[in-house]
Write a protein that binds this ligand. Structure first.
Ligand code: PDD
Length: 285
């Protein structure tokens, strides 16, 4: 059991807190975000909230709390659940209908959920040994620049890779030039070609907070960064494949399918710099 926050109230996670006609429940009509909680701090909380607020505005969903309120609830949940390390999960849905109906008006009271939970299980050695990923078609919609709750294609891709012993999907779409990389089921990718970092352009993929910070760090280290489509055929020429996310940090990829990559220096340097940045980051007080 965890203590959770739903629309202004602290509840037991096993209590029936969400109404059956909540549009998040029936339509996936909502947004979410995941923030790392480290030593009681919420890393880059303001960036995550900013991203969520922008998406809420885009979809016309009311955003009911400000940064300070979300921070305070997070601190309260961290204390009540006796967790200093974990994940802060935020979910916002458009609100509740009287009957199921696709059509929505403009006057909903949103459903806002805040959860502090232990970090999902990860092998701590993964950063040393690197991870394997598998190709999977990107079967999602055209709203992938937003962190929407309708994650069925993502969970199917994740199940596909995990049931084959791999860590993450490397999803791709197809254009006239062939198959190009989009992102992972819950992570971003960047590549190092021996001279520069190449990051898939933000076109129907999530502007990951880790991606933003890591590309900034790379530029600070005088590593050139190029943002463009990266084709699967080009991967054979890459020196390093690197996965990024709030929970995976900067993770070297040592195999795409059965094709091997070296665990390179760039991933290592960026991970050290990223961990320093996280450690020095203080959330709002
Ligand atoms: N996922 N791309 C997708 C599709 C994601 O779901 C995520 C994050 C990322 C990386 O974004 P960020 O650097 O802001 O964490 C990229 C979270 C961790 C999740 O769904 O649990």
């Amino acid at each position: 059991m965890l203590y959770i926050f739903v629309n202004g109230k602290i509840l037991d996670s096993e209590s029936p807190a969400i109404k059956v006609f909540d549009r998040g429940m029936v339509f996936g009509d909502g947004l979410y975000d995941v923030i790392k909680m480290q030593n009681g701090n919420f890393i880059f909380l303001e960036d995550h909230i900013e991203r969520m607020k922008k998406s809420a505005k885009f979809f016309g969903i009311k955003f009911p709390y400000d940064l300070e309120e979300i921070f305070e609830v997070g601190q309260k949940l961290s204390a009540m659940n006796d967790l200093k390390e974990g994940e802060l999960y935020l979910q916002l849905t458009r609100g509740v209908d009287i009957i199921r109906d696709h059509v929505f008006e403009d006057d909903y009271e949103p459903t806002f959920v805040e959860i502090v939970q232990p970090v999902r299980k990860m092998n701590p050695e993964i950063w040393q040994v690197g991870a394997r990923v598998l190709l999977h078609p990107d079967l999602r919609h055209n709203f992938c620049e937003h962190k929407t709750t309708d994650l069925l294609p993502n969970v199917i891709a994740k199940k596909y890779v995990r049931s084959r012993g791999a860590y993450e999907a490397l999803m791709f779409r197809t254009d006239e030039g062939g198959k190009y990389v989009t992102e992972g089921a819950s992570s971003s990718y960047i590549f190092f070609d021996g001279e520069k970092i190449i990051a898939p352009k933000i076109e129907n993929i999530l502007p990951g907070i880790t991606r933003i910070k890591v590309l900034w760090l790379a530029k600070e280290m005088d590593i050139e960064v190029e943002e463009r489509r990266v084709y699967i055929d080009e991967l054979l020429k890459m020196k390093e494949v690197i996965l990024l996310s709030t929970l995976s940090r900067v993770l070297p990829i040592v195999k795409v399918e059965n094709f091997e990559f070296k665990k390179g220096e760039i991933a290592k340097k960026l991970d050290v710099a990223f961990m320093d940045l996280c450690a020095s980051h203080l959330s709002v007080k």
